[in-house]
Design a protein around this ligand. Structure first.
Ligand SMILES: Nc1ncnc2c1ncn2[C@@H]1O[C@H](COP(=O)(O)OP(=O)(O)OP(=O)(O)O)[C@@H](O)[C@H]1O
Length: 242
């Protein structure tokens, strides 16, 4: 396996609280890896460490071979994250938000224009390119946020609850976008929607109290727990039955 991400004994403590307990897992290049877990299991803390937003207490992880402890600049150059809070400037149009991001990443005016055109096409943003971000529905805002995270052409993309609160059509639309990104980009996503994990993931990890309790394909997790659905398998793992 050619791993884009190698996580080794990654740990995060907040005072007495161990948010992530010596996590170890690998993510294959070009695949989609879902981190599942109940509220407070440690998913966001893991992603924050892997993107350099939070320093590990111990352990390390390598993004395309670069250590998040000693090579953070390289890690930041090849990865990006889209969260609920990703800064979409509300008073700028879709196009202006994308151009702004391209310029932040140091592209020339011409390069930025070309990149933005490509992204607008890729994400089907043509109809809303001149709409101010604040006027967009939740689904379109999230689509824009993911588009902005891809401007820098990251090798690894982290999506923290990409479809939280979206209606079923907006969710399915984003799934198609995410599916199209696979192979070109290695994706790690967190979600509470089992249908989403099942539909998109190559591998799934279930975190329980800061630990990765099980990791594998959806079929492997069903087999491990002797359950028919990912939801039933998830509950069995989260409740400590395996
Ligand atoms: N800055 C912080 N200070 C103290 N404790 C924190 C901090 N950030 C997270 N925690 C704690 O670490 C644990 C893991 O939190 P985390 O946000 O990673 O969980 P999560 O799996 O992403 O949950 P959710 O599904 O609710 O987003 C929780 O108990 C949380 O309260």
């Amino acid at each position: 396996m050619n791993s884009a991400i190698v996580v080794k004994n990654l740990r995060k403590e907040f005072g007495n609280k161990i948010a992530v307990k010596d996590s170890t897992f690998e993510v294959e290049e070009g695949s989609l890896f879902s981190l599942l877990g109940v509220n407070g299991a440690g998913k966001t803390t893991t992603i924050r460490m892997l993107t350099g937003l939070s320093k590990p207490s111990s352990g390390d992880a390598y993004i395309c071979g670069h250590s998040i402890v000693t090579e953070l600049d390289e890690v930041k150059a090849i990865s990006n994250i889209s969260t609920q809070e990703t800064a979409v400037a509300p008073n700028l149009t879709v196009e202006e938000n994308l151009l702004f991001m391209a310029r932040i990443y140091g592209m020339s005016k011409q390069e930025a224009k070309e990149k933005v055109e490509q992204i607008i096409k890729q994400f089907s943003l043509e109809e809303i390119r001149r709409s101010k971000a604040k006027t967009l529905s939740g689904g379109w805002q999230r689509r824009l946020s993911i588009a902005m995270a891809l401007i820098s052409e990251p090798k690894v993309l982290f999506l923290d609850e990409p479809t939280l609160g979206l209606d079923v059509l907006a969710r399915k639309g984003l799934w198609n976008i995410i599916r199209d990104l696979k192979e070109k980009v290695t994706i790690v996503l967190t979600t509470h929607y089992m249908e989403e994990a099942e539909s998109l993931s190559d591998q799934v990890a279930v975190m329980v109290d800061g630990e990765v309790k099980a990791c594998g394909t959806v079929a492997q997790l069903k087999e491990l727990t002797e359950k028919d659905t990912l939801e039933a398998a998830f509950i069995a793992i989260a409740e400590g039955e395996v």
